[in-house]
Design a binder for this molecule. Structure first.
Ligand code: PLP
Length: 424
């Protein structure tokens, strides 16, 4: 196997500055010291899930080792301490998104649950047969299927904004789809399959002109750019903690407080009620009315630590670094014989999807894995976009704040190796 892949993973182009010390950042992620098949791990699957820095791991261990308990209901010290840490995380996420209030932050299991929550709670109450929900051609399945389920239940109409051959969101086509029956626009902020950054300011402005609400799926945006829900003037924003260097099992629904309080609960159970009798139950206000049952306590605390971690580095530095890596990867991979990049939108974030002539994406993924390089292969839970480009699957390198140009070199070398292996 390729020996170059085991070389040092920081290149001169990854120039550390005082604001962004790549060596120090990489040292924060214990897994990056790992070897895979004798090669240093080159982890380029951050779009699926990002690795965890030491402060996140430590915050979660500390919670379990020193103060863990259930939240909101105990009078004892551990419960009080857990509740404080859990609610402090809510505050951290509120500041991270520049929410107007901590009450606007609902903890969910992830983005998928957050979108299902909006579809079930807001959608069931506010949408009727013939009402229209607009999504785009590059949505993750989690922002397609909940609306299809609502279509089956309520007879709503789903409209899909097309994209061009480079993967750009077509604003003019979008404008034509909006009308008096449009009630909700639910689109991704950044495409997980193509890396396209959607012009969300324009999307929101146009939707609001028609009186429609806007939900943004921020899964692939929040790890790469600062998001200010008030400046965006959006109505709902969702993301998953595990793609933001936090744990799995925790995600966020942000919604405007008035909207959340006008929505019926999604699930019933403990911790979401004000009072219960057999005749009548009254519910707490948001966010608690949407958090029935014991929440993912330590995961929420871990997410708070992840938010602290990225905030301390800052998105100016993170996005400058990642754009450098993305640009380098785009040039480097374009030079690989037979490789075609799928998705060359004008504005992109951290993702390069590609196919190589005559080699199935799964074979590519398996061979580069032997060089220690982890990329995702498949349809990326975005089958309609694969169909749009006439491919069953792509290989996808998705970058995080710890990735380097030297790791891109390792990927390119491993791809050359795969080409030679298949005689291409
Ligand atoms: N939306 C986008 C754009 C994604 O990339 C993903 C995950 O890949 C999701 C939604 C679903 O996230 P989760 O599986 O964490 O709920």
């Amino acid at each position: 196997m390729n020996q170059k892949a085991s070389a040092v993973q920081i290149a001169p182009g990854d120039n550390s500055t005082a604001a962004f010390d790549i060596k120090r950042i990489r040292a924060d992620f214990p897994i990056l010291k790992q070897k895979v098949y004798g090669h240093p791990l080159v982890y380029l699957d951050n779009g699926a899930s990002a690795q965890k820095p030491r402060p996140v791991i430590d915050a979660m261990s500390e919670a379990y080792e020193t103060y863990y308990s259930n939240v909101h209901r105990g009078v004892h010290w551990t419960s009080q301490r857990s509740t404080e840490a859990f609610e402090a995380s809510r505050g951290k996420v509120a500041r991270f998104l520049n929410a107007a209030s901590d009450n606007e932050i609902v903890f969910t299991r992830g983005a998928t649950e957050a979108i299902n929550l909006v579809a079930a709670a807001w959608g069931r109450k506010n949408l009727n047969a013939g009402d229209e929900v607009v999504i785009s051609h590059m949505e993750h399945h989690s922002n397609i299927v909940p609306w299809q389920m609502l279509r089956a239940e309520k007879g709503i109409v789903l409209k899909v904004v097309p994209i061009d051959d480079d993967g750009n969101f077509l604003v003019d086509e979008y404008r034509k789809l909006l009308g008096p029956k449009t009630k909700l626009v639910a689109v991704t902020h950044v495409s997980n399959a193509l890396g396209t950054v959607v012009p969300v300011e324009e999307v929101i402005r146009l939707a609001h002109q028609k009186g429609a609400l806007v939900l943004l799926d921020g899964c692939q945006a929040v790890p790469h750019m600062a998001v200010d829900v008030q400046a965006l003037n959006v109505d709902f924003y969702v993301f998953s903690g595990h793609k933001l260097y936090g744990p799995t099992g925790i995600g966020i629904l942000w919604g405007r407080e008035d909207l959340l309080n006008a929505m019926p609960p999604y699930q019933g159970g403990g911790d979401m009620i004000s009072s219960v009798t057999f005749e009548k139950t009254t519910f707490k206000k948001a966010p608690h009315r949407f958090e029935a049952g014991t929440p993912a306590i330590v995961e929420a605390i871990g997410l708070g630590a992840a938010v602290d971690y990225v905030s301390a580095i800052g998105f100016d530095a993170i996005s400058a670094h990642e754009h450098g890596v993305l640009q380098y990867a785009t040039e480097k991979l374009s030079a690989v014989k037979g490789l075609r990049i799928i998705g060359r939108a004008r504005e992109k974030a951290a993702i390069v999807s590609f196919v190589v002539d005559g080699i199935h994406a799964h074979d590519l993924g398996t061979i580069v894995d032997r060089a220690g390089v982890a990329v995702r292969v498949g349809h990326h839970c975005a089958q309609p976009v694969m169909e749009r480009f006439g491919v069953a699957a792509t290989a996808r390198a998705s970058f995080g704040l710890y990735n380097t140009r030297a790791e891109v070199d390792a990927l390119a070398d491993a791809l050359d190796e795969a080409r030679r292996f298949f005689g291409r």
